[in-house]
Write a protein that binds this ligand. Structure first.
Ligand SMILES: *[C@@H]1O[C@H](CO)[C@@H](O)[C@H](O)[C@H]1NC(C)=O
Length: 253
């Protein structure tokens, strides 16, 4: 009996479990991925794209939500775009963050001094903390994650900057610096290079959350289609109304 037999066996079991898990993930995600792929393929016919976006604009409820806009020159159906969509679905499926449950306290890097900190470090007392993942609009803590449209991946000519995939933390900090210029005065942190916040929160391409007392009290949909500032506003309004009802002190929101 070889000395490392036990270790090898555990390794084999772990590998088998990993393979089974991957197979389940593929099985569950395949239908929605195929639907997205067909949608992308159809939307590359400009006549269909125009009609769909026109229809969406008509139905658009809230002007506060960022509209989906794609220039005619941007092709949707490509290997890179399909890889990105698969990645997004997978992160969403495997994320640790769920409404009403404990908020994952993942590591992030502060833009200002490159100090490592954790997401819940930014929560003050019982006040809700808004997490705004990977986007150019900011309310509270902006967590800059991996680029949704890197110039060397699923490139988009509509992106305000052309940024290649981050190869190291410095790349990511530099890119976040550009974002910070767009929204000065708001707190920006970046995800670690292990992308742990992105994974825990299923944040890719962009996503909104509200944490309170270490728990997730609002979980927005997967961006871009699920990225709804109106939902965030409604939550905050309800929260403020609740506060006003429960006490008569003056509240500044
Ligand atoms: C994190 O994301 C970057 C893309 O910005 C990627 O290059 C890197 O491989 C990812 N890290 C891990 C551990 O997956």
């Amino acid at each position: 009996r070889p000395r490392f037999g036990g270790g090898v066996q555990i390794g084999l079991i772990m590998n088998t479990l990993k393979t089974i898990k991957n197979a389940i993930v593929c099985f569950v995600l395949l239908p929605r991925f195929l639907v997205a792929a067909v949608m992308f393929w159809l939307l590359d016919f400009l006549c269909i794209r125009k009609r769909v976006f026109f229809r969406m604009k008509e139905q658009e409820g809230d002007a506060i939500d960022p509209p989906l806009c794609i220039s005619d020159s941007n092709r949707l159906f490509s290997l890179e775009s399909l890889k990105a969509v698969w990645h997004g679905h997978k992160l969403d499926f495997l994320k640790a963050a769920h409404l009403g449950q404990v908020a994952p306290n993942t590591e992030v890097v502060q833009l200002e001094d490159q100090r490592r900190s954790r997401i819940l470090d930014y929560a003050q007392d019982k006040r809700p903390l808004i997490l705004n993942f990977g986007s150019y609009i900011a309310d509270s803590l902006v967590v800059y994650i991996e680029e949704a449209h890197p110039s060397d991946g699923w490139m988009s000519t509509d992106a305000p900057y052309q940024i290649p995939k981050h190869r190291c933390l410095e790349d990511r900090l530099n890119a976040a610096q550009l974002m910070h210029l767009e929204v000065p005065g708001c707190l920006v942190v970046v995800d670690s290079m292990e992308n742990s916040s992105n994974a825990a929160y299923g944040a890719y391409f962009d996503r909104l959350y509200i944490l309170q007392e270490g728990k997730i009290v609002y979980q927005g949909g997967r961006g871009p289609e699920g990225y709804r500032i109106s939902e965030l506003r409604d939550w905050l309004n309800r929260y403020r109304d609740g506060l006003e009802r429960s006490s008569n002190q003056v509240i500044h929101v």
